[in-house]
Design a binder for this molecule. Structure first.
Ligand code: NAI
Length: 246
């Protein structure tokens, strides 16, 4: 129960990697705050965690809307002293070759993945600064490091998260706050299940560990980065990809 008495906010935690991360922290005694665009789904996931004996609350909040993020965190701070750990996980894809990406699909991906990360970090860092402690973890992607044909908007947003996090790590370090990134490879979730079987088979061929990742593979690394064992690590990106990007 290494996260007993800790409050952990996970964005986009109504399914997939975010949900696995929230469940992993709840399993270690944390109070988890489930954030999703739908209040109903967020409440549902929180209820599932509570039914399994964990502590959780769900809030509907769109990370692209700074006022909504601020309102949500204000509500949280009425109940809890601080947010100890933030996991920026909400993310979307709108894949296409770059010269076919329309303005909307470019803007939307950058807005959710990068601006969303900025918005939530900005709001949550304030109480962390007061508390002089905190762990911020953002989920980027190996695509933000290697690039990928058909994902230039997504790659730009994820590379942006890495650059943003290094800068925030420098700004927040003197106040006891660490900022790190997890860059997953191919993890089985709704996001990747929509790729064709042919594309999935091609990716699998390139993974040295010969399997797709599970959401729990990413969750385990988040637990580590949020733990005392990682107190001296900041500004880093940990790749969790079965060797895909070696
Ligand atoms: P998913 O599509 O299953 O889940 C994404 C979550 O983000 C959902 O709960 C969705 O409601 C939420 N979300 C989307 N827009 C939002 C907004 N504006 N405000 C609040 N919540 C919002 O995706 P998955 O696969 O679980 O991915 C989670 C993160 O991991 C994303 O950032 C994704 O880019 C990243 N990632 C996933 C990989 C994979 O192979 N599945 C690989 C590398 C990175």
């Amino acid at each position: 129960m290494q996260f007993k008495d800790k409050v952990v906010l996970v964005t986009g935690s109504t399914r997939g990697i975010g949900k696995a991360v929230a469940e992993a922290f709840a399993g270690q005694g944390a109070t988890v705050i489930i954030i999703g665009r739908s209040q109903e789904q967020a409440a549902q996931v929180a209820q599932e965690i509570v039914q399994k004996g964990g502590q959780a609350q769900g809030y509907g909040c769109d990370v692209t809307k700074l006022e909504q993020v601020q309102e949500t965190v204000n509500k949280l701070l009425d109940k809890h002293k601080c947010v100890d750990i933030l996991v920026n996980n909400a993310g979307i894809t709108r894949d296409n070759l770059f010269f076919r990406i329309d303005d909307n699909d470019w803007d939307e991906v950058l807005k959710v993945n990068l601006k969303g990360t900025f918005n939530v970090t900005k709001v949550v860092a304030r109480p962390m600064l007061k508390a002089k402690s905190g762990k911020i973890i953002s989920i980027a992607s190996v695509i933000g490091i290697t690039g990928n044909a058909g994902q230039s908007n997504y790659a730009a947003s994820k590379a942006g998260i890495i650059g943003f996090s290094k800068s925030a790590a420098r700004e927040l370090a003197s106040r006891g706050i660490t900022v790190n990134v997890v860059a997953p490879g191919y993890i089985r979730t709704d996001m990747t299940d929509k790729l064709s079987e042919a594309v999935q088979a091609k990716v699998l061929e390139r993974i040295p560990l010969q399997r797709f990742g599970q959401a729990s593979d990413v969750a385990e690394v988040c637990l580590f980065l949020a733990s005392k064992a990682a107190d001296y690590i900041t500004g880093q990106t940990i790749v969790v990809d079965g060797g895909l990007a070696i």
